[in-house]
Write a protein that binds this ligand. Structure first.
Ligand code: SF4
Length: 313
């Protein structure tokens, strides 16, 4: 009988939770510990079905709009941020707000206000309908225009000063092409002081690209509505390696593994690390594996909690 060498599993690092996601989840957990349920959360706190279900089980109530929150109740704004109109509505309804907006999303909002104040038309590069994009557009709706592609840029009709901002979780390579198109069309276009695509998105893309190049199959753990997870799958696929997004190990189709000797594995910034462990266990159950980690960056960043939940927990 021929003895096959163990299948190798290449773990991309960094992967899984970023500082903004950890902070957002901790805000809800600490509120639940301090005040008990229900704690209302506007939209999914982060885009991950397992995180949402886990917090629901502890007493969090996820709502789409503030109109679903009883007057005077505590509500958490999700990591993706909200528009000023939503903040105003919370004041009007006398809600007790805890803001879990990632500081790196808040940075983009601040830039939007600054660019709008100086009279620019702001081109926001991002995906229509994404909660972060809706929040950022809300900072200066009359001064902002949304583009997703180079073709969108070419179709723009704008006069006067132009600047651009981006969603935090875009593909670095694709965004560079859109920015280059903007610079061709508007030679005086001004961008943000530092990249809006966040460190976590960038690091996870660099790591998965390197791992994908050495793999026959890539698995990314994350939910379908997680922008950074979807971008990682697309990026891996662009290297020529088949890639799948799975919410957890149960979504792995054993047929994907036929003839595969190296599996690249990562997780989006909103996916809990234990889900990756479960994927490794499932791969092991399907045949011997040797697991190694491919590290392209070390992350040490963390964000402070809002004062209302600091000090306890
Ligand atoms: S992916 Fe980036 S912008 Fe989004 S929560 Fe994490 S650190 Fe913040």
């Amino acid at each position: 009988m021929t003895q096959h060498p163990p299948r190798s599993v290449l773990l991309a690092s960094p992967r899984s939770f970023c500082a903004g996601v950890e902070r957002a989840i901790e805000i809800v957990e600490r509120l639940l510990d301090q005040r008990g349920g229900p704690v209302y959360v506007r939209k999914q706190i982060v885009h991950n079905v397992h995180v949402v279900r886990g917090l629901e089980a502890r007493g969090a109530v996820f709502v789409e709009e503030l109109s679903e929150v009883p007057p005077g109740a505590t509500v958490v704004f999700s990591a993706h941020g909200v528009s000023p109109a939503v903040r105003a509505e919370a004041v009007e309804r006398s809600l007790d707000v805890l803001d879990a907006t990632c500081p790196l999303v808040a940075k983009v909002h601040a830039e939007a206000r600054r660019f709008a104040d100086r009279g620019d038309t702001i081109v926001l590069i991002g995906h229509a309908g994404h909660e972060e994009v809706e929040g950022t557009l809300g900072e200066a709706p009359e001064r902002m225009v949304l583009v997703e592609t180079v073709a969108d840029v070419e179709a723009l009709e704008v006069t006067g000063p132009v600047s651009y901002l981006t969603q935090t979780t875009l593909a670095v390579d694709e965004t560079a092409e859109v920015v280059a198109a903007l610079e061709r069309k508007f030679p005086h276009v001004r961008g943000p002081g530092s990249d809006d695509i966040c460190y976590a998105t960038t690091n996870r893309q660099i790591a998965i690209r390197e791992v994908a190049a050495q793999s026959d199959l890539v698995l990314v753990v994350g939910s379908k509505n997680s922008s950074n997870s979807v971008r990682m799958v697309e990026l891996a696929a662009r290297t020529g390696t088949p890639a799948h997004l799975v919410d957890d190990a149960s979504e792995i189709d054993p047929a994907w593994l036929a003839g595969v000797s190296a599996v690249g594995l990562s997780a989006g910034a909103s996916a809990p690390p234990e889900l990756v462990d479960e994927v490794v266990a499932t791969l092991r159950a399907l045949g011997a594996v040797s697991v190694s980690t491919h590290t392209t960056a070390t992350e040490t960043i963390s964000f402070t909690l809002p004062p209302a939940v600091r000090g306890a927990g």
